[in-house]
Design a binder for this molecule. Structure first.
Ligand code: ADP
Ligand code: MG
Ligand code: MG
Length: 250
């Protein structure tokens, strides 16, 4: 059993407060959806947990199984079992998908995976995600389409086997077929019992990935929590009833 605990988290970007007291606990086997309008701070939450240097935690705590995540170096967070799929994944010029995955797996597992079993693992995970084998030789995110970027993220998640995964807008920019394949990929990893925090703007991915809990994110904090039915309410009513979301002017 693992538990990611976010306690009264306040985060600023360049002195502008963005997160204003986020409280959330994600345990193994649970899927939490965070839904909110653009600019409400959803990606800020993901980046803060990832340890991006632009995001300054001004107060609050993030604990993974009782250990202080905010004091860990970025690679330590991955070794501790946190996985983050970013809304805008970065290019890694000159590094192939295949090398990247093996380096990441070595870092997270603490030893290089045995080559024979590793190749089988990668091939099987790629075929699950309906990815062509040639993809492994391409450079990470270089010229990837939206769908390829997201499949690559889920491929990493499937191979790294984290305790808690945070997926930021994994659904954005996907056509229906890619959304189905990516969602099935997430569901397969979910079945292994990990805890998932699924950040999204639109409800459509929640038709494929059923959340146990839905949280409405508005102006830097969670303003309402409920079960899957809350997503249906949002689909009908949108976010207007929570007020006017005014992204900080920066
Ligand atoms: P969401 O993911 O919900 O759309 P974000 O977390 O991306 O929201 O953004 C929340 C607010 O923080 C916005 O007003 C945005 O302009 C600001 N912000 C986020 N990241 C940065 C950054 N790296 N530099 C400057 N402003 C930022
Ligand atoms: Mg946004
Ligand atoms: Mg975002």
């Amino acid at each position: 059993m693992s538990e990611l605990e976010i306690r009264d988290l306040h985060v600023a970007v360049e002195d502008t407060p963005i997160l204003k007291g986020v409280n959330l606990t994600v345990s193994s086997g649970e899927t939490h959806a965070i839904m909110g309008p653009n600019g409400s701070g959803k990606s800020t939450l993901a980046y803060s947990i990832a340890g991006h240097p632009k995001y300054t935690v001004t107060s609050g705590e993030v604990l993974l199984d009782g250990r202080n995540v905010l004091e860990m170096a970025v690679d330590e967070r991955a070794r501790a079992g946190l996985f983050l799929a970013m809304q805008y994944p970065v290019e890694v010029p000159g590094v192939s998908v295949s090398n990247f995955l093996r380096t990441a797996a070595t870092a997270v597992r603490g030893e290089a995976p045995k080559l024979r079993t590793w190749v089988k693992e990668v091939n099987s995970a790629m075929s699950d995600l309906e990815m062509d084998k040639a993809f492994a030789e391409r450079n990470v995110n270089e010229g990837f389409s939206g769908g390829e970027k997201k499949r690559h993220e889920i491929l990493q998640m499937a191979l790294l086997k984290p305790k808690i995964a945070i997926l930021d807008e994994t659904d954005s920019g996907l056509d229906v077929d890619a959304l189905r394949v990516v969602s099935e990929g997430v569901n397969r990893v979910r079945e292994t019992g990990i805890g998932t925090l699924l950040i999204t703007h639109y409800t459509r991915i929640l038709r494929y990935i059923r959340p146990d809990f839905v949280h409405v994110f508005f102006d830097g904090r969670i303003v309402e929590s409920g079960g899957a039915a809350l997503a249906e309410k949002l689909e009908t009513n949108g976010y207007a009833s929570y007020g006017v979301n005014e992204p900080a002017l920066v």
